[in-house]
Design a protein around this ligand. Structure first.
Ligand code: LHQ
Length: 261
């Protein structure tokens, strides 16, 4: 059984974490499969949006801790190897992907699983889902971008509380705190997330890629640098066929037919 189910329809690449009996806990194979699917999506013109979710009752419980058992007296594990070769390349690939990623958090998202969700561009969560920065419970630091995403999304006070206490945050609180886009009824989650992904897949894909770049660069820039970046990215957006089509459709009072070019 493959650790990630991969399918494609109507411009949407669907990736489903598929270890439901282990709460979709991450293995190196799962992380590699995600990364490879996203690698292929970069230049595949048929893929214009990505939808990420989990099979079964959980979204993802983070690193599979059964692979981290250490015998007493054994040399300590060097966790930087796993982050450097598996987790960090995935998070970078997600943020740099020039196409929108929608995440449907169908159940608990813990540890790296929570931060993989937060690395997506639009996060929807089932009302019964929750987010847990579980790392401190096992003596670790939030990773997979957690220490970057959390203070930027919810402010330092809440980021610190989530990280230190490792308590569950409900989907509704996550929405109210600004951690995610939206909490939705459980039975509507996949329908709404798929609709959103389909809508994005018929949008101006290159413009979306450029706006991801602009927004994700913003926290590290002063206004001057951000204005320059906007100028450079808008130059590229203005050269796209979709911009031409968007303006023509507006003036002709019709719906635009974006081609992602
Ligand atoms: C699990 C797991 C799990 C294995 C539940 N692994 N079996 C990166 C780089 C290098 C190294 C280290 O880490 C990282 C990144 C990380 O992600 S570190 C953080 C790893 N994740 C965690 O610490 C989360 C551990 N899990 C939990 O806190 C809870 O299980 C959550 C909050 C996810 C769910 O709680 P419940 O809904 O109450 O379920 P449960 O605890 O009863 O779990 C159900 C089963 O799943 C259970 O097995 P069992 O055989 O008793 O049914 C758990 O042992 C297993 N499971 N998470 N990460």
């Amino acid at each position: 059984m493959s650790a990630v189910l991969i399918s494609s329809d109507g411009g949407v690449l669907s990736l489903t974490l598929n270890r439901p009996d282990r709460l979709n806990a991450c293995t190196p194979e799962m992380l590699a499969a995600l990364r490879e699917a996203l690698d292929r999506a970069i230049d595949d013109g048929r893929v214009r949006a990505v939808l990420l979710t989990g099979a079964g009752k959980a979204f993802c419980a983070g690193q599979d801790l059964s692979l981290r058992r250490q015998d007493p007296g054994a040399a300590p594990l060097d966790l930087s190897v796993s982050l450097g070769s598996n987790y960090n390349p995935l998070i970078r690939r997600m943020r740099e992907l020039p196409k929108p990623i929608v995440c449907a958090v169908n159940g608990v998202a813990a540890g790296a699983g929570a931060n993989i969700a937060l690395a997506c561009d639009l996060v929807l969560a089932a009302r019964s889902a929750s987010f847990v920065q579980a790392f401190s419970k096992i003596g670790l630091v939030p990773d997979s971008g957690g220490t970057y995403f959390l203070p930027r999304l919810v402010g330092m006070a809440r980021a610190m509380g989530l990280a230190l206490l490792g308590e569950r945050l409900s989907a509704e609180d996550a929405e109210h705190w600004g951690l995610i886009w939206k909490a939705v009824d459980d039975d509507a989650l996949l329908i709404e997330a798929a609709e959103l992904a389909r809508a994005l897949a018929s949008g101006p894909t290159r413009g979306y890629g450029l706006l991801k770049k602009a927004l994700y660069a913003s926290p590290g820039n002063l206004l001057d640098a951000q204005l320059d970046l906007e100028r450079d990215l808008q130059r590229q957006a203005g050269f796209t066929e979709d911009y031409r089509e968007g303006v023509a459709a507006f003036l002709e009072k019709r719906a635009p037919q974006f081609k992602g070019k």
